[in-house]
Write a protein that binds this ligand. Sequence first.
Ligand SMILES: [Zn+2]
Length: 226
Amino acid sequence: MDNCYLKEWDAKVIKAEDNRIILDQTAFYPRSGGVECDKGFIIQNGKKVPVKEVIKQGNEIIHILEDKIERGDVHCSIDWERRYRLMRMHTAAHVLSAVLYKEENALITGNKIDVNKSRIDFNLKEFNKERILELVNKANQLIEEKRNVKIYYLPRDKAMEIEGIVKLASKLPPSIEKLRIVEIEGIDIQADGGCHVKNTQEIGKIVFLKAENKGKGNRRIYFTVE
Ligand SMILES: [Zn+2]
């Protein structure tokens, strides 16, 4: 949550049930918020066990492994190539969503961030490919401006005062008093639990792949980063 660049760390397995384990501390991102999960390895006594999937159940982050491991000390290592692409894709999605909102008043209705291909769903009446390409271009111009991406926390009431994140924040249960904020300087500010790059420069370039008309104002864009 506080260091998206942490690749390796020591931990303790506090629960082990078959090939599903819970750690006392983890940097593995569980599949959530439309973003794919991390993979990697958990090493115990020299045995290197691949992490197949990471999911969230309630407040617990469950690591589903290729093999069983026991309770006790382990070393964890994230598949960094995969994770870094997910980070670039995720920050790219925020920039593109911000442009869609600012330029077309389009509301984002869903998203799926994956390693090779991501998509954003949004509401928009007028829809043509040339306009979409223009908007992707605009997003790329912003990315080239090397904007910083800051992650910090705000008390719920302070966060709610910020325009644009109110809608999202109001969906969170009132029990959450502190919100994690992801701010792309001058572009976008969101209450968000995901992993992001430190500067838009790291995204590279958004490449438009495909647009789909899902009917009733529902549109879908597929993109990748390179
Ligand atoms: Zn996000």
